[in-house]
Write a protein of this length. Structure first.
Length: 94
């Protein structure tokens, strides 16, 4: 069973490369924010898988929940900042 969790974690780490590419080479700020948010979501699942591997799910779930709140607030704050400062929606016709 540990092998299943280990291979799932490796597969999930490989899947993180796609949003990492979007976060690094995204043409717009919104693409970069979505990429960072996707990496954060996959990291939360990875933390739970690590907890399953070590047999300490309770501790790693607490860490994953704290990281999820931090990720959500950071992406929300960054999107709000870029909306105010850079005018993300100024180019849209009303």
């Amino acid at each position: 069973m540990n092998d299943l969790f280990l291979y799932s974690g490796i597969y999930l780490a490989a899947l993180m490369l796609l949003p990492a590419w979007r976060a690094l080479a995204g043409p717009t700020v919104l693409d970069r924010l979505v990429g960072v948010n996707a990496i954060g979501s996959k990291t939360i699942v990875m933390l739970v898988l690590i907890g399953l591997l070590y047999g300490r799910v309770d501790m790693f779930v607490d860490i994953a929940l704290a990281y999820a709140m931090l990720n959500f607030i950071a992406v929300l704050a960054a999107s709000r900042y870029f909306q105010k400062q850079k005018g993300l929606y100024d180019d849209v016709e009303k």
